[in-house]
Design a protein around this ligand. Sequence first.
Ligand code: ADE
Ligand code: ZN
Length: 330
Amino acid sequence: MPLPKAELHLHIEGTLEPELAFALAARNDVPLPYADTEELRRAYLFDDLQSFLDLYYGLMAVLRTEDDFAELADAYLARAAAQGVRHAEIFFDPQAHTARGVPLDTVIDGLSRALNASQERHGVSTRLILCFLRDQSAESALATLEAAKPHLHRITAVGLDSAEVGHPPAKFREVYEMAAALGLRRVAHAGEEGPPEYIRQALDILGVERIDHGLRCVEDPELVARLVRDRVPLTLCPLSNVRLRAIDVLEAHPLPRMMEAGLLCTVNSDDPAYFGGYVDDTFHAVREALGLSEERLRELARNSFEAAFLDDDEALRQRYLAEVAAYEFA
Ligand code: ADE
Ligand code: ZN
């Protein structure tokens, strides 16, 4: 039985496995520039974040109907449950779909259908996080949040993703102010490829409660001290960092040093269809490569529930934490 955990950094579009991509391409009559799933998998050799994003946005062309989004999310939740995930906070990229002519309602209705059935079908509680694409304009982000207003009861938080360098958090001050006024929680990718300064901006200007990745905080001891003091959760994604060449090899990942320093770290899968593993695969990989003790793994699981947006159901959080405490490693 896998260690119970929450997944807090997961792009639903990044769970599109080659087999489902080809099935949806056939169903929707969308041409793909790959002969088969093998050829597509062979394209998963990335130099950096941008080279991954080019493929990731391209493959989304197969997602067209409400059923497609529901199937995608349900397939992820089934896999997540098998990996010990009890609670999943799921990112989606509305602008990547509306720009292709897929209505926002189609995306949110499809995802919500799978998420609403998840507790009963898979035993996984869920939250939905709407992400703005930071390489699009601030006006486009504002229009996206405006368009999402009829769906706010199904959205817990806003996030910020896509190409980081050259698109600092400060660019999105206004839309994050609007999100806060609407009662939404706030997170943002920062310090994946971008400098520590982007992490500071995400905290100071966007008012985020968690930093997605945050890897490059280790370059700035003062920032580390602040993140430790304020118990700001970091949603780290070690397999993603290796595949996108933020670090050379998993053995060089700073996770053990970060935990040692007192940072509130969590381990997540980011885009598991592309990066070679779902979240329990990631736990196993870091255990092997970094020699993490069972107590460190338990701490990561505990952190994931402590950092989860479960404030509206503290009883559920406590139940999950009790499961982590009682877990016996094989
Ligand atoms: N969108 C999907 N995965 C991402 C990542 N790792 N960083 C930024 N944007 C993303
Ligand atoms: Zn991400």
